[in-house]
Each structure stands twice: as structure tokens, then as C-alpha cells.
Design a protein around this ligand. Sequence first.
Ligand code: KDG
Length: 338
Amino acid sequence: MSRVVCFGELLLRMSAPGRELLLQSPQLAVHAGGAEANVGVSLAHLGHAVAAVSTVPANPLGEYAVGELRRHGVDTAAVRRTEGRMGLYFLTTGAVQRASEVVYDRADSAFANSSAADYDWDTLLTGADWLHLSGVSPALNPAMAQATLAAARAACARGVKVSFDGNFRPSLWARWQGDAPGILRELFACADLVFADYRDIGVVLGGEFGQADVHERVDAAAAQAFAAFPRLQWMACTQRTPHSVDTHSLGAMLIGRDGTRAVAPTREMIGIVDRIGGGDAFAAGILHGMMRGFAPDKIVRFGLAAGCLKHSIPGDFNPVSEADIMALTGEERFDVRR
Ligand code: KDG
């Protein structure tokens, strides 16, 4: 069992029922989420000691989100309560001829209004093996960019490994015209493991990776990332090819600075129920495989199976066990309707 600290915003997801348009009928389903929290919940179900570091409003919405994390085994003692509002997002699930849509309503949330001075990393990182961060928090505003950098630097300085999921959200960066490449570069520089594909590396380092086969583009991006960031040891990513609104194929790669190159066979996913949080479930699966000392091939197959399993579960969380995921690692076709 490892000790993992996840720093990021807890959000509430408000989704239209089934395939309805948003507010087509006066009902919304509520789920707790947030990219880093999703990773934390998965890791807690996989047997790790996970602590969430965040800020929520001192009101029933904030308490609901914290309660959901606690219910899934995450330590929430370091979640601050302040004045302010809860970050929300509204989801309309896609259907034939219509893509899914996310509307953020999170500006000026209690978390977004917190700052580096609110988090004492000396205490928060005591005993931690890993700190997990994502590109969502620094995209919120300049203070959160600094707070995320402070967390990453504190972990680096204390020998705590940093896992960073690029999670590039152009709409959030655009709101304050933040220097996404500059800030993400500083975060990548602190990371031991990044979840990023060639498009993310293109944002961070500039440059194109041509029209080559997707695996070759990832190889080229990884080579560039390892050259630019001496601390970085691992880069992991999925490759998704959509076929329809509820069918796609998903593959994954794990590349190491030491020349390791593990590719998980592509899975055909049929009857997708909910793909939000699939990337977070993948990230948790990769982290779990690393913490358990699996061989690289097994790590990437496990990560991909974890991500695929999430597609069968409504909500942002993937509350499944190692055995649930292991049961899928041999399957290349994953029909969630079975
Ligand atoms: O990765 C899933 C997240 O997208 C979801 O939980 C909400 O954190 C979120 C975000 O910023 O979109």
C-alpha cells in the first residue's frame, strides 16, 4: 500500500437524465467529481492510503462532495472549508448525431479563490509517496497556477514522486489568457510520471508530430519530453478512436526514459454508459501498477482495463477493485452491455 496525496478541485456534476438535453425535463442527477479526486477514489478502492487536499465551501454542497470522497475511503482531513461557492459542471450526454456537452459553472469557486499560502505542504506531504496533480487546477487562474506549482515544487524538494495529468482545458486557460505552455512546462519539469499524448507535448513544447502512425507520434513526443525534462521517468497515454457516440476503440502506451515501451492492445468498446473520468481511471490504474511493482506490459494493460471499466459506470468515479480490473486485462473486446 502506498500513500498518495491528490490536490485539486472537487466538483459537482449535474447531468441531464439519460440522453435528454440539459433541462429538457426539470431533473438533474448529481455526482461528485473532479479529475484528481476521481484518481484518488480509484486508488482508495485499489487499496492505497489516499488523502485529498482541496477547498470547498462550508455549505451542504461542499459537505456532500467531501462525504462522497470519505464514503469511498479517501482521507478528507485536509479539505479546507471556506466561504464561497461550489464548482459545478453540467453534462448533456451525447446521442446519435449529437456530441456530449459540458458547461462549466466554476468561476470564483472556493477552491479557485484559494491560493498557495492556504496549503502547508510540509505537513500535507508528510509520509507521502506520490503527489497527484493535473492541468485543470493551474488553468483556473494565476493564483491557482502558482498554488499548483508550489505543490509540485514542494513534492520535488521532499523526494515525493509527482504524477501529473496534462488534462489540457483550453476553455479554462482562455478565460484569463494564461500562459499554458509556460506554466505546464514548469509542472512537467517537476513530474516523474506524466499522462500526456503527442498533442499535450505539442502544447507544452511546441512543434508538430506529423502525420505518422499514432504510436510513432507518441514515441517522438516522449523522446522530446525526456530530453526537455530530466526528472521525468514515464509518459503514459491512451489513444482513442471514436466510432459512434457509444462505441470507440481505446489503446494505451507507457514509455520510459530507460527505453521501456509497452503497448496495450486496442480494445473495442461497445455500449459506452459514461466515459467521463475514463482518463482518471486509466491514470489510477497506471499509478497502481507502478506502486505494486507490475512489469510495464502489465501496468499498461491494467491501466487500460481500468479506464475501460469506467466506461460502464455512471458518474465520475471508478469504484472498482484490483480483481475487477484484472478480470478484464485479457479481453480485447469490451462490451459493457453484457
Ligand atoms: O476527468 C473528469 C473530469 O473532467 C471531471 O470530473 C470534471 O475535473 C473535471 C473537469 O475539470 O472537467
